[in-house]
Design a protein around this ligand. Structure first.
Ligand code: ADP
Ligand code: MG
Length: 260
């Protein structure tokens, strides 16, 4: 895509799914300004599953939104799959979001008047791409909803709704999937199904997943955890176990269960 600036930084862009360089995002102004992200630098390889953790208000959602092109940093560089988002215009950014990344939110964000199948293919329609109904059916079958194509969201459980959201995120075959607390509203079993699907997107399909979570069990599905505190990186844990994550969170010094 030629509308995006590409910068050669010496490392092969294709090996790197996400790079943030000194990303800063401040909300409000002057006296009431809140620095949500304070010079965050991060590099994630393609085909990895990373959890982002930290106390409520530490900047996790802001990090995800800046990384996904849903929000713009005040300064710093964001590069997704070799494409630098910093400095591109609004229309190009919208095209980028629609075509190159997928999103999963805590509250599913399905359109209530559309069926499961219609919700799933919506990103293809918005991106002006050919709507491949067979692939929509296959994608929904892969998330266990092949028999629910004509249902509406209010006829589904929370776990099923989130699986529709995952199918919707996968339908454009994005390189990077961003998920903000995708299991935050789910029971243990549904959460496990959602986490397995995200893991499968990485291990089987080579996608890159970046997932914000409060839950050490959810984080243990990832390959690595990055911790945030007060808008800054506060460590990293590779091959996270539930206990190791919980231990690390305890030492970040806040009650991580309070802000869900
Ligand atoms: P987290 O997801 O870790 O809970 P957020 O990224 O949502 O944290 O928020 C980080 C900080 O930025 C918090 O202090 C929050 O109040 C502030 N913040 C987030 N979004 C906005 C906004 N749209 N306007 C003003 N302040 C915001
Ligand atoms: Mg948040």
């Amino acid at each position: 895509m030629t509308m995006f600036r590409r910068k050669d930084t010496g490392s092969a862009p294709s090996a790197e799914a996400l790079r943030l360089v000194k990303v800063t995002r401040t909300y409000g102004s002057d006296g009431s300004a809140v620095t949500a992200l304070d010079g965050v630098s991060l590099s994630l390889a393609r085909g990895t599953f990373t959890a982002v953790m930290g106390p409520s208000g530490s900047g996790k959602s802001t990090l995800l939104q800046c990384a996904a092109g849903l929000d713009r940093p005040d300064s710093g560089i964001v590069r997704v799959d070799g494409t630098e988002l910093t400095g591109v215009g609004e229309a190009a950014l919208t095209r980028f979001r629609r075509g190159r990344v997928g999103f999963v939110f805590q509250q599913y964000n399905l359109l209530p008047t559309l069926t499961v199948a219609q919700n799933t293919i919506l990103p293809l329609k918005l991106a002006g791409r050919r709507v491949d109904r067979k692939r929509a059916r296959e994608t929904l079958t892969a998330v266990g909803l092949g028999d629910r194509l004509g249902h509406r969201p209010d006829q589904l459980s929370g776990g099923q709704r989130q699986r529709v959201a995952i199918a919707r995120a996968l339908i454009t075959e994005p390189r990077v999937i961003f998920a903000d607390e995708p299991t935050g509203a789910l029971d243990t079993r549904s959460a496990r199904e959602v986490l397995r699907l995200l893991q499968e997107a990485v291990r089987v399909h080579g996608r890159t997943v970046v997932m914000v979570t409060h839950d050490p069990v959810a984080a243990s599905y990832a390959d690595a955890v990055v911790f945030l505190a007060d808008g800054r990186l506060a460590g990293e844990l590779r091959g996270p176990t539930v206990d190791a994550v919980a231990e690390r969170l305890a030492h970040l010094g806040d009650d991580v269960t309070a802000g869900v």
